[in-house]
Structures are given as structure tokens and as C-alpha cells.
Design a protein around this ligand. Structure first.
Ligand SMILES: O=C(O)C(=O)CO
Length: 275
């Protein structure tokens, strides 16, 4: 399948692609594959406050490769792994999230990244959902204010229930509800939906209908094909149609390639035409 997309704002997610390389080698590998934009989950799953030298080394690697970071996750616990965020997880994880907020926002500002993704966090057995939701709103508002201070938006992402059974945001509507609550709490209007078409499709929704309805609320889009979370063309989604729907909805932000390569990551971009 060959796809050209008016918005060539494709960026490579370096937390799922090029992972066969050390973190600091990935920006150059993405640049060698023709990309100038990249995105990352929080790169230190065990450390919400990494040493400045590690932050500087990543900043230097991004700069040396001529790549710009278009989106960065806040600390989200063990991701990849069992966790799906820390904003709604009481106790130490909430404290780690809050300790990370200014670190992540400051790093984003230092590399020109203007989108920060705060994964909501899994439900915790024995903790009332209302308690988690109240904590999440407090923490997400705190993160939105920090993002605003550096000229960034706060992204709220729905995942799919099949792969994240304890994660409470499993459709666009539930993520947008949180976006609206955060905006109401801060008055800043800098919260946006992270529209991940892979998770939408894995949730069984009509992806075309969700794009038509929610693309206008999106501050960032991520894609992978379904089934298999591979490159476009490896599954059943019609990306030419979905990209035209994003265009028609006026979405002109980044489109993150958040899929798994079948073999070397450098060979995972053949579906792109005319870049
Ligand atoms: O786990 C995922 O699929 C994500 O998008 C994390 O940001």
C-alpha cells in the first residue's frame, strides 16, 4: 500500500520503534530513515527525576540528529510493562508523577516539545474509583499548569480495554470528558485528546466515525494497524481514508508512528510514499 498524506507531520515513536538501539542512538536512526520529528514515552520508567546528565545526553542526541520532539509522556510507571500512568494512583506513584511534572515540562521546553501526554493510570484494587478520579483531576490540573508555563498542551489518551483491562479511559468520549474537566479546573484551555487510532480500532469502534467526531479535539494522533500493531498496510485499517478524514476535520498536528516493526525498524517505513 502506498500512502501520501498532505500533512507530512509524521513522527517516529522512539519508545516502540528503533528499540533495538540504545535510547541515545535512536534519534540519529530516525533521521537516517528520513524523519525530523520523534516522540517518546517517558524514557526512564524507573525514575521520574533522572540525573541532569541523562536529560542533557538525550537533548544532545535529539539536537545532533536534527530531530525535534513532538510529544513526550510524563512519568507513567513501568511502561512498557504493567503500568498505564501514575496520575490517578494514590501514594508513592502520585508523588512520583508530581515530582516528574516539572522535570518533564522543563525537558520539553529545552527541546521545543509542545505536547505532554499524561496517562491516567490503572484502577487500583481496594481504592474507590471516585478517590482515584479526584486525585487524577488534581494531578492532571497540576500537569496542565506546568505544560502551560512552557507553552505546551496536555494530552489525555484512551487505551484499549483488551490490552489495558484496568485502565478506565477506553474510548475517545471518556478521554474527552477528562480533557473538559481539566480545562474547567484550570481555565487554561490547553488540554487536548491524544487520538490513538490503534486503540480506537482495538476497542471495536468504527475508527472512521471516531475520527470524524473527535479529530477536532485532538492535539496529537498516533497510528498503528490492526490487528497486530504493525505498520500501516499490515492490518485492515484504511489509512488513506483515515488520513483524508483527519484532513477534512482540519487536524494539522503531528501523526505519531507508534507501531512495532516486523524486523529492523529502518525497514518499517516502506508504506510511506513521496516523502
Ligand atoms: O501504551 C500505549 O499504547 C501508549 O500510547 C502509551 O503512551
Amino acid at each position: 500500500m502506498e500512502v501520501s498524506f498532505r500533512n507530512t507531520e509524521f513522527d517516529v515513536n522512539l519508545s516502540i520503534l528503533f528499540t533495538e538501539l540504545p535510547l541515545l542512538a535512536r534519534p540519529a536512526a530516525a533521521a537516517a530513515a528520513g524523519f525530523t520529528k520523534v516522540e517518546l514515552w517517558w524514557p526512564w520508567p524507573d525514575d521520574p527525576e533522572p540525573p541532569e546528565a541523562e536529560l542533557a545526553a538525550l537533548r544532545d542526541a535529539l539536537d545532533a540528529a536534527g530531530t525535534r520532539l513532538t510529544a513526550l509522556n510524563f512519568y507513567a510507571g513501568r511502561l512498557p510493562g504493567p503500568d498505564r500512568g501514575a496520575a490517578s494512583v494514590p501514594g508513592e506513584e502520585s508523588a512520583r508523577f508530581r515530582a516528574n511534572v516539572d522535570v518533564a515540562a522543563g525537558f520539553a521546553a529545552s527541546v521545543g516539545c509542545r505536547a505532554l501526554n499524561a496517562l491516567y493510570g490503572n484502577r487500583v484494587d481496594g481504592v474507590a474509583p471516585g478517590v482515584q478520579d479526584a486525585l487524577a483531576l488534581e494531578n492532571l490540573a497540576y500537569a496542565a499548569r506546568a505544560a502551560d508555563r512552557v507553552g505546551a498542551i496536555l494530552l489525555i489518551e484512551a487505551l484499549n480495554a483488551a490490552e489495558s483491562p484496568s485502565y478506565p479511559l477506553t474510548d475517545a468520549a471518556s478521554a474527552v470528558e477528562i480533557v473538559d474537566k481539566v480545562d474547567a479546573a484550570t481555565g487554561l484551555g490547553n488540554a487536548r485528546l491524544l487520538l490513538d487510532l490503534y486503540h480506537v480500532a482495538m476497542g471495536g469502534a468504527d475508527v472512521r466515525e471516531v475520527v470524524d467526531r473527535y479529530a477536532g479535539r485532538a492535539g496529537h494522533v498516533q497510528i498503528a494497524d490492526v490487528p497486530g500493531r504493525g505498520a500501516p498496510g499490515t492490518g485492515a485499517l484504511d489509512f488513506a481514508d483515515l488520513f483524508s478524514r483527519l484532513d477534512a476535520a482540519g487536524y494539522d498536528g503531528p501523526v505519531g508512528l507508534e507501531y512495532r516493526a516486523d524486523g529492523p525498524s529502518a525497514n518499517a517505513f516502506g508504506w510511506l510514499a513521496g516523502r
